[in-house]
Structure formats: C-alpha cells, structure tokens
Write a protein that binds this ligand. Structure first.
Ligand SMILES: [Zn+2]
Length: 153
C-alpha cells in the first residue's frame, strides 16, 4: 500500500492494518476508506502543516464490546473495515468543525439516510476524535489482475 507523508500511525498494529495486514479473521479495509482518509490527511497537512495521526482502523468484536459494554448489539463500521479515527487533540474546535464539514461536503455517505462520512465526537474512554466511515452501499470493486491497460510490445 502507498506510504504517504500526510499520515502517521499511533501504533505498529495500525500501520500493519493500513498496509493490508487485516485481522486474524481476514477483515480488510474498504478501498474507499483509503481515499477518504488520504484526503482528510491532506487537508490536515495543508491547514496545520503536519501529518494527521491515525488512532483506530479495525476493531475486533471483543474490542467493540469492551468500549460499549452496555450495548452488546451495537456494531461498528470499524469491525467491518469501513471506519477510521483521526486525532483531533490540539486542534481548535473551529478547525475540527471545518475539517468535518469539508469531508462531509466532499464525500457523501452511501447507506443509512442521515448518516454522515465524518463525525467529530467523544466516545467513552477514547476521547474526542474525527470518526470517518464508509457507508454499506459504497461500491467495493475487486482489484484487477493488472493495472496496466495497454502494453507496448
Ligand atoms: Zn471511529
């Protein structure tokens, strides 16, 4: 996977997931998630002059239950490779709001009506962050066998 100077990782696990490592159960990241995260990281760099920090990608069902112990049926797009969290610590509330707004204007959510691609929120135990998500209706094309359309012989 393309390494970008616009993004840094909170942990080696995250870098592995981003690079296609997936999880033990074979869950990988949605191809559109890369597009949205890279665009968000580019915006962050243009605005603040430093890379965005990725703090969460994939989450196991056990990790999800640990975060939401009272909502055992509550599933997260992080469990299905359709979400990423970026750090907002140190950003002014106005900057966080502009970041969220730009992402929602640029990337419509394809799925449940009223849901949004970007959401700055506070989750118990995780602190405030920018949550990015890809809707279940978003197309996930297969990787082609070759990216070269025409070869010159
Ligand atoms: Zn999240």
């Amino acid at each position: 996977m393309y390494r970008t100077p616009y993004l840094v990782f909170k942990s080696a696990r995250l870098e592995s997931e981003w690079s296609g490592g997936g999880t033990q159960k074979g869950v990988g990241l949605h191809p559109a998630l890369y597009v949205v995260v890279l665009a968000a990281a580019h915006w962050h760099y243009r605005t603040l002059g430093k890379p965005a920090e990725l703090t969460c990608l994939l989450r196991t069902p056990e990790e999800q239950k640990a975060i939401y112990p009272d909502r055992r049926d509550f599933r997260s797009p992080h469990e299905f490779g359709r979400a990423a969290d970026l750090r907002t610590l140190g950003l002014s509330p106005e900057t966080s709001r502009l970041w969220e707004e730009w992402l929602n204007l640029t990337f419509s959510y394809r799925g449940k009506a009223g849901a949004r691609t970007a959401l700055v929120h506070e989750v118990h135990g995780l602190g405030e962050h920018l949550h990015l998500q890809i809707g279940p209706q978003e197309a996930a094309p297969k990787m082609p066998e070759s990216f070269v359309l025409h070869s010159v012989t």
